[in-house]
Write a protein that binds this ligand. Structure first.
Ligand code: SAM
Length: 627
């Protein structure tokens, strides 16, 4: 057919070729005949390349494959799950059940450079926790198998120290995920990663490599427990670490990089207004310090007492500032020869606090508060081991400065603390931040309370937590929420990771001859027979680069049931069972969507119909896509 007919891409973007083409765009002379000339690149950059065998850096067995794993495209897609969703039509939040590596790849097309903050709390690799082992050859197939979604149900197992390659397995799991996560951050975006001593050292190096050393922001120490464990063999560990790293840290004001926001000032107790000062609450501040300043003067009190600066100390303010303070009544004289103080007004101090690297439990909550939060939602049942407190994540959101409609992502969602924290903070400060959570359907331990209560996978717990938290916030904050301009979004669109709905997209180079023959006989059909039109639509939209929260309506056009996306920007006809007539297609084109998507199967082999549609679209300037 002609170049007026586009085909929806079958996979997520191929990052290898994308990286090469970005390089070629920057330095065309480096790429010749499809190959990169490293010597030319070295010359252009005028860099000292470390020669020889000894290099500084983190290496481990499997690193090459891990790098490739981040770059390999996937045919996997997401299936909408309306039954598990809350407020499907209106919500801007998303919950995705699936392995996060595949999901991160799927998110690349629309969410590239769109996420303001990512928080993750990955398995710490303690030897007892489960670390997902990727199968690079068939990631989606093995995911479905291992999570029991296809016949030969496999098993998810722990990464035990005795099994060898202990750190390597963990690094292989983390590397591609961090790499893809970084792509999703906005230019001024930031990522927080929880970790403990098991992998802190490795993670720090890994983060340096993936984000660049210059983008390291801070390593926070969080007091997770207060009690001392006297049974501890060495130290009783009372903290975790959180590594904070920016996509691009701000170097100079206004360069668009990440700059931490200030924390809201909560404790204004030190400020009061005993003299009903019209400028509001103030606190007394000394007027001298031990930093040497040039100013030297004498202050004369109203009763004539002359005050000089104390020996070894210096005035903190110029004579002019002190005279102005006297004039405006901001100098507190004190009796006799006592040193005057200056009023520091709450309204004039910086509008927030610089965060410190030590997060106390008072500041950020602790493990026991986190447990109570979850128990409270689940009628007292300890449904999830080791959740994080919502307050901790709210601190990250504040420091990241996540604004209205900006997105927070957590792709190791666990019990759904991040989604809960975002909604609670939105309720508190009139915010409208959005949250995307990703969680593997990891089976719950058959002996656990969760399992006994009927939760077979952790992802079921996550969804239920988000539902219950939303309901509780709506109930408890009802009076406060009444005053909001927009209603608080406590919903989420639920999706599940699945293999492509298009049979023709499943071909891969590993297929045997027999499998290929079978596949070609299926190729007459583009879509799986049982694929629902909604599922096809989600897949097409994702591969065309639309978000997971687009407004989707079903509309009737000349008797055809079609999807209208983003108020008619895209129209899609995805019913393979009913061949549309040319008149019906004409009516569809007459709506002049920017893009029209038609399922290949819907033509039912009628090439003339297709050619006529191409012409129709050309006349009306409509971009035509088949899938
Ligand atoms: C330490 S927990 C996170 C706890 C969470 N911060 C909370 O407050 O509840 C890590 C979670 O990541 C999930 N997980 C592990 N590997 C994953 C993968 N490949 N994709 C998605 N989730 C995964 C585990 O099932 C587990 O629930």
């Amino acid at each position: 057919m002609t170049d007026e007919l586009n085909e929806v891409p079958r996979t997520t973007p191929d990052f290898t070729t994308e990286a090469a083409s970005q390089l070629a765009e920057l330095f065309p002379e480096v790429v010749a005949d499809g190959k990169i000339n490293l010597d030319t690149l070295k010359t252009i950059l005028d860099i000292d390349v470390e020669e020889g065998r000894e290099r500084f850096g983190l290496t481990w067995p499997g690193k090459r494959e891990a790098i490739r794993a981040a770059q390999t495209p996937t045919t996997a897609t997401l299936m909408p799950d309306k039954e598990e969703s809350v407020d499907w039509d209106t919500t801007q939040n998303v919950f995705i059940e699936g392995d996060n590596l595949e999901v991160l790849k799927i998110l690349q097309k629309h969410y590239y450079g769109q996420i303001k903050m990512i928080y993750i709390d990955p398995p710490y690799n303690t030897g007892n926790d489960f670390v997902y082992q990727d199968d690079y050859a068939d990631p989606i197939g093995s995911y479905l198998e291992r999570t029991g979604q296809v016949d030969e149900a496999g098993k998810l197992s722990t990464n035990s120290e005795s099994a060898g390659r202990f750190h390597s397995n963990w690094l292989n799991m983390m590397y591609p995920r961090l790499k893809l996560a970084r792509n999703l951050l906005t230019d001024d975006g930031v990522m927080f990663i929880s970790i403990d001593d098991s992998e802190q050292a490795q993670l720090r190096r890994l983060v340096d490599e993936v984000f660049g050393e210059a983008n390291f922001v801070s390593q926070i120490v969080w007091e997770k427990v207060h009690t001392r464990k006297n049974s501890a063999r060495q130290f009783s560990v009372s903290h975790d670490y959180i590594i904070c790293v920016a996509r691009r840290k701000m170097r100079s004001i206004g360069d668009g990089g990440f700059q931490r926001a200030l924390l809201p000032r909560e404790n204004s107790d030190a400020y009061s207004n005993p003299d009903s000062d019209p400028k509001g609450p103030w606190k007394p501040d000394p007027i001298y310090a031990n930093n040497p300043y040039d100013a030297d003067y004498v202050i004369t009190k109203p009763d004539g007492t002359e005050i000089t600066r104390p020996a070894g100390q210096y005035w903190r303010y110029s004579k002019k500032t002190i005279d102005e303070a006297i004039e405006s009544g901001a100098l507190i004289w004190g009796s006799g020869a006592s040193m005057p103080m200056i009023k520091r007004y709450l309204s004039e101090v910086q509008d927030g606090l610089v965060p410190v690297t030590l997060f106390t439990r008072e500041f950020a909550g602790d493990n026991s508060q986190a447990k109570s939060e979850v128990k409270e939602l689940f009628d007292g049942d300890p449904i999830f081991s080791y959740p994080k407190p919502t307050r901790l994540i709210q601190r990250f959101i504040q420091i990241a400065g996540v604004g209205h409609h900006e997105i927070v992502l957590d792709f190791f969602a666990g019990s759904g603390t991040t989604a809960h924290a975002v909604t609670a903070l939105n309720a508190d400060d009139d915010g409208a931040r959005r949250c995307i959570s990703v969680q593997l359907p990891e089976p719950t331990d058959p002996e656990s309370d969760a399992h006994k209560l009927g939760y077979e996978t952790i992802s079921e717990i996550t969804r239920e937590r988000i539902r219950r938290a939303g309901k509780k916030i709506l109930e408890e904050e009802a009076s406060k929420l009444d005053g909001r301009a927009d209603s608080l979004d406590v919903g989420f669109r639920a999706y599940k990771l699945v293999d492509t709905n298009f049979t023709k997209w499943k071909a891969n180079s590993d297929l045997s001859e027999d499998e290929l023959v079978g596949l070609f006989s299926d190729l007459a059909d583009s879509a799986d027979d049982h694929a629902r039109p909604e599922a096809l639509l989600t897949e097409v939209l994702l591969k065309l680069g639309f978000s997971l929260t687009e407004k989707i309506e079903t509309v009737e056009v000349a008797g055809l049931s079609v999807f209208s996306v983003a108020d008619g920007l895209v129209m899609a006809y995805l019913d393979e069972h009913t061949q549309p007539t040319l008149d019906q297609l004409r009516a569809l084109v007459a709506r002049e969507p920017e893009r029209l998507v038609v399922l290949e199967d819907a033509f039912q082999g009628n090439d003339e119909l297709k050619t006529n549609l191409v012409q129709e679209c050309r006349t009306r300037n409509v971009d035509l896509w088949t899938a």
